[in-house]
Design a protein around this ligand. Structure first.
Ligand SMILES: Cc1ncc(C[n+]2csc(CCOP(=O)(O)OP(=O)(O)O)c2C)c(N)n1
Ligand code: SF4
Length: 304
């Protein structure tokens, strides 16, 4: 894999809004994601947290690890609670505060999808972020609709593998024709920071899908989180791109085109796969990438 992407340390540290002493596992990608997101958004941000690992990571009031206000809410209500917070701010005439809904994949792809779709359809002025660790981690690694086909979880053990593909949440959100939908990853911090800065400057609903590897659930050694996130993109498993107004696709990172086996082999959740199954996953990844390329070429195609 090519050299490490230059990281915007200066910016991150100058606006450090995640304190030490949080309750995450070592190497948790979801914490790295929040650190960079808040560095970009700044202190005038209210975080809405539906039930997920982050509701534990942040810790209970008054010991929160976040230096911004936090609204803990029910699992299925990320979109509606963020809408309510925005409405309350509007009634007070406060328009310069970011409302950041921050949910896991279970709270976004599955149980929170209805309230998210409602908020998005109303084009609420919120930044909805899904940090995607590809399972219900907080309750013990159960399969979600973001779990990739054949990945081990406690509810998709080797004997009963998940045989459906990961849900394409970006396409679902882009289908709502909101101003901004983007994927990003802890493997590309400059991209992540730039996208949150962009989201801050756009009115209406912004949806950010962040890949956040989880050492506990994916079964890998905690120092590999950033490497795995980068590999996910360089193997074309998790492309980094934007969709403007549901129409214009822009791919932001050119993948190195590495074999998907490199990504899979570092994770215990895929250790049971046979060579044939890996070939099938490779074929699917190649197909999905071609499909994305076509969308980007139809509209506006550029590698940044
Ligand atoms: C209605 C409801 N069902 C189930 C739960 C239990 N619960 C709390 S967190 C969680 C898992 C969250 O998974 P995800 O959104 O993927 O976030 P992660 O834990 O992976 O960070 C579940 C099932 C709940 N709080 N409310
Ligand atoms: S289980 Fe995974 S997502 Fe949850 S705190 Fe631990 S590393 Fe982070």
């Amino acid at each position: 894999m090519g050299g490490t992407e230059r990281m915007n340390h200066e910016k991150t540290h100058e606006n450090e809004l995640v304190c030490s002493g949080h309750y995450a596992c070592q190497g948790c990608g979801a914490v790295i994601a929040m650190r960079h997101a808040l560095a970009a958004l700044g202190p005038r941000t209210i975080v809405v947290l539906p039930a997920c690992c982050w509701s534990v990571i942040a810790g209970p009031y008054p010991y929160s690890a976040l230096r911004v206000p936090v609204f803990h809410t029910a699992f299925e209500t990320g979109g509606s609670t963020a809408s309510g917070v925005r409405a309350a701010l509007e009634m007070q005439g406060k328009s310069d505060i970011n409302v950041l809904a921050w949910a896991g994949d279970g709270g976004t792809f599955d149980i929170g999808l209805q309230s998210l779709s409602g908020a998005v359809e109303r084009n609420e002025d919120i930044i909805y972020t899904c940090y995607d660790n590809e399972a219900y981690m907080n309750t013990g690694i159960q399969q979600s609709s973001a779990t990739p086909a054949r990945a081990w979880t406690t509810t998709s053990p080797e004997a009963h593998p998940k045989d459906t593909q990961k849900k394409n949440i970006v396409q679902i959100l882009a289908g709502h024709k909101i101003p901004y939908v983007a994927t990003t990853s802890i493997g590309f911090p400059d991209d992540l920071i730039a996208k949150f800065e962009k989201a801050k400057s756009i009115r209406g609903t912004k949806f950010l899908h962040v890949l956040a590897p989880c050492p506990s659930g994916w079964k890998y050694s905690s120092q590999l989180s950033v490497r795995l996130a980068r590999l996910a993109t360089h193997c074309k498993v998790f492309p980094i791109y934007e969709v403007f107004d549901g129409e214009t696709y822009v791919i932001n990172v050119e993948p190195e085109g590495r074999p998907v086996k490199e990504y899979l082999s570092l994770q215990g959740r895929f250790s049971h796969l046979t060579p044939r199954q890996i070939d099938e996953i490779q074929a699917r990844v190649d197909y999905d990438w071609e499909h994305l390329l076509h969308k980007a070429m139809l509209e506006k195609f550029e590698f940044e």
